[in-house]
Design a binder for this molecule. Structure first.
Ligand SMILES: [Zn+2]
Length: 228
C-alpha cells in the first residue's frame, strides 16, 4: 500500500491518495473527507455538498478517478511496467456524511471507509489470476517510490514571509554586497569594485525558488533593482 503518491506524466503531475498493489490488480482509492450531505449528480458530473443550508459544488470524483486510472496506466506503460488491471474507488472518509444520488442510481464506485475490506475481497474474486510475480510488483513499487515527486512547499509560506520582505537586487559574487549597479554589459560592485557579466543568473535562480518560476522583464528589472 502506498500513500500520497505524486507522479509526473509529461508536463502533468497526478496525485494518488492511496494505491494498493497486488500480483493480480491495482486499486486506486480516492478518499473524500467532505462533511455534510453529499449529492452525486451523475448527469452534470458534479458533487454537491449541503451543510447548514449552504450548497457547494465539487468536481465529480468519478471523473477524477477515471482520469487517475488512465494516467497511471500510461505511466506504467511508459516505464515498461507490467500491464495489470487498474480499479479505482471513491471512499467517503467521514462516516457521518449522507450520500445521495440522482434518481437513486447505485454508485458502484463510491463506498464508505468501513466497506473497504469487503470491496477488496470482492475484487480479489474478480481477479483470481496472478498476472505477475511478486518480483514484478516489487519492482513496480520501487519505481513508484523513486519517481514520487514531493510537493514543494513555498519558502515564503514556510517561513511566513511576504514578497516585500525579500531583499531585492543582484548580489556580488565576491563580497555579497547588495545591490550591484548595472553598467553597460556588466554588474559593478560598489563595495569591492568587482565587475561581472553573469551575477544576475544567481538572482534569477533565487527569484525562481523564492517567488515564481516565471518572470516578466519588468519584474526582472524590479527584482534586480536595475533602474535604467
Ligand atoms: Zn563586491
Amino acid at each position: 500500500m502506498l500513500h500520497d503518491l505524486r507522479l509526473s506524466h509529461g508536463q502533468h503531475i497526478f496525485q494518488l491518495d492511496t494505491l494498493l498493489l497486488s500480483t493480480s490488480f491495482i486499486l486506486i482509492l480516492e478518499v473524500k473527507n467532505i462533511v455534510g450531505t453529499l449529492f452525486f449528480d451523475t448527469d452534470f458530473h458534479q458533487l454537491i455538498r449541503t451543510q447548514d443550508d449552504q450548497e457547494e459544488a465539487f468536481p465529480d470524483p468519478h471523473l477524477q478517478i477515471r482520469r487517475q486510472q488512465q494516467q497511471l496506466k500510461m505511466w506504467l506503460t511508459k516505464h515498461k511496467l507490467p500491464d495489470i488491471p487498474i480499479e479505482s474507488l471513491v471512499v467517503i472518509g467521514n462516516s457521518q456524511s449522507i450520500v445521495r444520488t440522482t434518481s437513486n442510481r447505485i454508485l458502484p464506485r463510491v463506498i464508505r471507509r468501513e466497506s473497504i475490506p469487503f470491496k477488496i475481497k470482492e475484487l480479489e474474486k474478480n481477479y483470481r489470476i496472478n498476472r505477475h510475480s511478486d518480483k514484478d510488483i516489487k519492482r513496480a513499487i520501487r519505481l513508484l517510490k523513486r519517481m514520487h515527486t514531493p510537493q514543494e512547499r513555498s519558502v515564503l509560506t514556510q517561513f511566513q514571509l511576504t514578497i516585500e520582505e525579500i531583499k531585492r537586487g543582484v548580489l556580488c559574487p565576491r563580497c555579497n554586497y547588495l545591490p550591484l549597479r548595472r553598467i553597460p554589459a556588466m554588474w559593478h560592485c560598489l563595495a569591492c569594485n568587482q565587475k561581472t557579466r553573469t551575477a544576475h543568473i544567481d538572482a534569477l535562480k533565487d527569484y525562481s525558488l523564492l517567488i515564481s518560476e516565471t518572470i516578466t522583464s519588468a519584474e526582472a528589472r524590479a527584482f534586480f533593482r536595475d533602474k535604467r
